[in-house]
Design a protein around this ligand. Structure first.
Ligand code: URA
Length: 211
């Protein structure tokens, strides 16, 4: 983990934090997520893990527990993610875990297009800093964003059709594999999705062993 990487990640943290400091006087129901974060006294969730991780997992957006603690995947979905990693002998601390959106959408609603546009460049920078060999997209929002970013838009299908697929892509720093997965939260109410997720993570483990 180099100082340069840590500094670059801190700069992202500071910039996201600053988004909540911009005065806002528009319609209450259009209040930016970062302003809501400041008003409600919770945290932005930038990401955590190994700054030179071979595997980066990208979820959708922080939920209530994550915003309270400022850490990704620490609530119910996080417990599933931990199980999936453990079942495949992937230590969580070896992975870099983040989200497409860095502030919690109220009531865990879907992110809006302008919110994706605002926060996605931070994810782009995280990818450039960490240079993962494998990126696992968790759920349809990070899947759609990253497939488009890496020129895979023509292969984009509903997640039920492409979960567990491995797409080869080219990042600025070299080849990267994009693996499209169900969001772990789906496994909270659907047991067969959990079985599927464990299987799909097995494929990731095989990729990591070869990377
Ligand atoms: N769901 C996500 O997509 N990300 C989190 O950090 C937690 C739940």
């Amino acid at each position: 983990m180099s100082d340069t990487q840590t500094e670059a990640l801190k700069a992202i943290r500071d910039e996201v934090w600053q988004l909540g400091e911009v005065p806002y006087s528009g319609k209450p129901d259009e209040t930016p997520l970062a302003v809501i974060r400041k008003q409600t006294g919770v945290h932005a969730v930038i990401g955590e893990g190994n700054h030179s991780a071979k595997l980066m997992c990208v979820g959708e957006a922080p939920g209530r527990d994550e915003a309270k603690l400022g850490r990704p995947f620490v609530g119910a979905a996080g417990r599933i993610l931990n199980e999936l990693l453990t079942a495949n002998n992937i230590p969580r601390e070896d992975v870099y875990i983040t989200n497409l959106i860095k502030d919690r959408p109220p009531g865990n609603r879907d992110p809006l297009p302008h919110e994706i546009e605002l926060y996605a460049p931070f994810l782009d920078r995280q990818i450039e800093i960490i240079k993962p060999a494998v990126i696992a997209t968790l759920g349809r929002f990070s899947m759609a964003y990253l497939m488009e970013k890496f020129g895979l838009k023509e292969y984009l299908l509903p997640i039920s059709k492409i979960h567990g697929r491995i797409f080869e892509a080219q990042a600025s720093y070299g080849p990267v594999k994009i693996v499209t997965l169900y969001h772990p939260a789906v496994a909270l109410y659907n047991g067969s999705t959990k079985v599927q997720l464990i299987e799909d993570f097995k494929a990731i483990k095989e990729l990591l062993d070869k990377a």
